[in-house]
Write a new protein. Structure first.
Length: 246
């Protein structure tokens, strides 16, 4: 009898230990069975020079209540994220506009090198002036980069783009909304019809909803980016998880 009680206690302890997640956040199973989970790690970089942004608050759009504060290297980590679930990371910081990543469906491997590339308000307002567009609170701004294979914000600052690609959104947006391509000086230029060596592109004042960005260039193929456009947010599908060359 005593041996049986000990086995029950050990089993209960193991179950408790499995249910505990480390890092900034996690998810719980709904049927009593511990979910298969992965981790997600990344960094916040300041546009345009790539400084690390510490003390930014990172949350997950689909997992309310979970949050992280970035360390001195702009790094963040979430553990206990359920495989097969969608995650969209959101950043808040008093000196920067609210920002959001592309949306990921978690696979069997840990999600790594999730990046935010966010301007300060001075640069953000300057870009709005150049675009002749005042950001609307009930719209979002969508940015991405057509990037060379293997390049990211970690290893190719500041040049990592592919010149001569075109970017498309689905559902399709009016021409006035974009795409607007960034020129060689990393400034939006409405006269451009394709990417420069910077690779950057923006869609302005986009109605809330789900979008899919794709890029095309003869002889190249690129990953697509899923976007959840939420009001008042700068959504940046930044390297290496934007329009990356396959």
């Amino acid at each position: 009898m005593q041996m049986r009680l000990n086995r029950v206690r050990i089993a209960a302890l193991i179950t408790l230990m499995i249910s505990i997640t480390t890092g900034c956040g996690g998810s719980d199973a709904t049927d009593g069975t511990p979910p298969v989970t992965v981790s997600a790690t990344g960094n916040v970089f300041v546009f345009p020079f790539g400084e690390n942004l510490a003390e930014a608050n990172i949350t997950i759009l689909e997992v309310p209540g979970e949050s992280c504060i970035t360390d001195e290297d702009g790094g963040f980590r979430f553990d206990g994220l359920e495989q097969g679930s969608d995650v969209t990371f959101v950043m808040n910081h008093p000196l920067h506009p609210r920002a959001q990543t592309a949306t990921f469906t978690l696979g069997r491997e840990d999600l790594k090198e999730v990046t935010f590339q966010v301007p300060g308000f001075l640069i953000y307002n300057l870009l709005a002036f150049i675009l002749e567009e005042q950001p609307e609170e009930d719209k979002c701004q969508i940015v991405s980069t057509v990037t060379e294979k293997g390049k990211s914000l970690y290893n190719a600052w500041p040049r990592h783009g592919i010149e001569g690609a075109t970017v498309h959104s689905s559902p399709e947006l009016p021409e006035s909304r974009g795409p607007v391509y960034f020129n060689d000086f990393v400034l939006p230029d409405r006269s451009r019809k394709e990417t420069s060596v910077d690779g950057g592109v923006i869609f302005v004042n986009v109605p809330p909803g789900d979008y899919r960005l794709t890029a095309t260039k003869e002889g190249h193929s690129f990953s697509a980016a899923r976007i959840k456009c939420t009001p008042g947010t700068l959504v940046n599908a930044s390297p290496p998880w934007g329009l990356q060359e396959n």
